[in-house]
Design a protein around this ligand. Structure first.
Ligand SMILES: NC(=O)c1ccc[n+]([C@@H]2O[C@H](COP(=O)([O-])OP(=O)(O)OC[C@H]3O[C@@H](n4cnc5c(N)ncnc54)[C@H](O)[C@@H]3O)[C@@H](O)[C@H]2O)c1
Length: 426
């Protein structure tokens, strides 16, 4: 059992804290958001994430998981403090490290001698030095331990990671952090801080590249009369390619891929390498959003002015409540610019909240979102959407047109009911 501190209890921090407590460690989590901490102390989990409530409840019950609004208090007796604070994009696309700097300055004086600060936040190469400088403690080691979990399956990903990456100049500190992952059936890579920091950006940029590639092939499929879903089936069986991340969609988004891709572009530019491939990846993603909006406009007979559009799905992907840089919201903004009236449904959104545009009407269920709509657009791959009744939807809508930007509806069924059905890449 090790005494751990976690600074920042968002998607990464709360998962880290709850999972380490589940594995038997004593975990003290701190967040400067007082409301969040008050809720967590009651076992009221503020995010949608599979299994996290069970682990938080378990940790509170057995006393291994505690919460505070004071980062200094959280670290006072810890052996390792994990930094899990945001690293948003600055205006120029580079990484804003102010949350990291502020979190480190809050804990610097209170960290016990011999303890370790491990950065789980995604930070650019050189950030370990920033942490060391702000820390200004020769008796505390700094380790880079990037996190690769996916929202929606964060707990499972944390407990069974594909790999654990630890970057440190102090190899003894690296081994102490590696020991925390010993019970997990995963390879551990111990390397230097710059390499560990680069692994994280390279992984996210590679996944974004894969998705943009699929969407570009989808555009080719539409032009030549091929079916992207079958093309991807044919690719996915090739073990050199792998079957993951081969689904077309409205474009990729979320709290990580856009900011991390922009950051890697800036990092490589700053290092003197113009990363043209990654520029193309971002450009294809931008095109994809426009292509989806154009499909909706065509389905509305060429003009969206005053046209009611029903939207199924607001989050950036299914099984999360996260709306950050959601492609769905990017599509909605463009629809509104073209004069559409938007009615939306998402299982995790029961009332308007930022960053959803205020003029979007939030509906209680997928059917009511379709009332009076001329076009329905499916923008998030919520599983329950597959089983909805196309006949009932047809009766509610003023015209029968659907743009399925996730290719999840049963196309033959919707065509049979009389819908004009547009998917992606078919
Ligand atoms: N969300 C993901 O899927 C994911 C996956 C891997 C890595 N990451 C990276 O992990 C980091 C955190 O991401 P997230 O999605 O968990 O963010 P988040 O916004 O959900 O949570 C961050 C939390 O940190 C708190 N915070 C900010 N400053 C603080 C301070 N000084 N002291 C204590 N708490 C503070 C905030 O109040 C917030 O609750 C980012 O660098 C992100 O890129 C995220």
């Amino acid at each position: 059992m090790t005494a751990l501190a976690v600074i920042g209890t968002g998607y990464v921090g709360l998962t880290t804290g709850a999972c380490f407590a589940h594995l038997g460690h004593e975990v003290f989590c701190a967040d400067i958001d007082e409301e969040k901490v008050a809720r967590l102390k009651r076992g009221d989990v503020p995010i949608v994430e599979d299994r996290i409530e069970l682990l938080v409840e378990e940790g509170l019950r057995n006393g291994r998981l505690r919460f505070t609004t004071s980062p200094a208090e959280a670290v006072r007796e810890c052996e390792v403090a994990f930094l899990c604070v945001p690293t948003p994009s600055a205006a120029d696309g580079s990484v804003d490290l102010s949350h990291i700097e502020s979190a480190v300055s809050m804990i610097a004086a209170d960290l016990p001698s011999g303890s370790i600060v491990a950065t789980k936040s995604t930070v650019p190469v050189g950030s370990a030095r920033v942490v060391e400088r702000v820390l200004n403690r020769h008796d505390v080691s700094v380790v880079s331990n990037p996190e690769f979990l996916r929202e929606g399956s964060a707990v499972v990903d944390f407990l069974k990671p594909d790999r654990v990456v630890i970057g440190a100049d102090d190899k003894e500190a690296a081994i102490r952090v590696a020991a925390l992952y010993l019970d997990m059936p995963s390879p551990v890579i111990i390397t230097d801080p710059a390499t560990a920091e680069t692994v994280k950006y390279a992984a996210n940029a590679f996944l974004a590249t894969k998705l943009s590639f699929v969407n570009a092939i989808a555009a080719v499929c539409e032009a030549v009369g091929a079916d992207v879903d079958d093309v991807m089936l044919g690719l996915g069986y090739d073990r050199r390619i792998g079957e993951g991340f081969l689904r077309p969609g409205p474009g990729w988004g979320g709290s990580c891929f856009p900011k991390d891709t922009r950051a890697l572009l800036r990092i490589s530019e700053g290092a003197g390498y113009p990363f043209r491939l990654l520029e193309g990846v971002l450009e294809v993603n931008h095109q994809q959003l426009e292509r989806v909006v154009d499909k909706v406009e065509r389905a509305a007979c060429g003009s969206l002015d005053g046209v009611v559009v029903a939207i199924w799905g607001l989050t950036f992907k299914a099984n999360t409540d996260d709306l950050r840089e959601s492609p769905s919201l990017a599509v909605i903004e463009r629809l509104l610019e073209r004069g559409a009236v938007v009615r939306a449904w998402d299982p995790t959104v029961d009332a308007p909240r930022p960053p959803i545009p205020e003029s979007v009407e939030i509906c209680a269920d997928p059917y009511s979102a379709c009332a009076g709509a001329a076009v329905l657009a499916v923008l998030t791959e919520w599983d329950e959407l597959r089983w909805l009744d196309a006949n009932k939807v047809a009766e509610l809508m003023s015209q029968q047109a659907v743009v399925d930007a996730r290719n999840i509806l049963d196309r033959s069924e919707w065509l049979r009911v009389g819908f004009d059905h547009q998917g992606i890449g078919r």
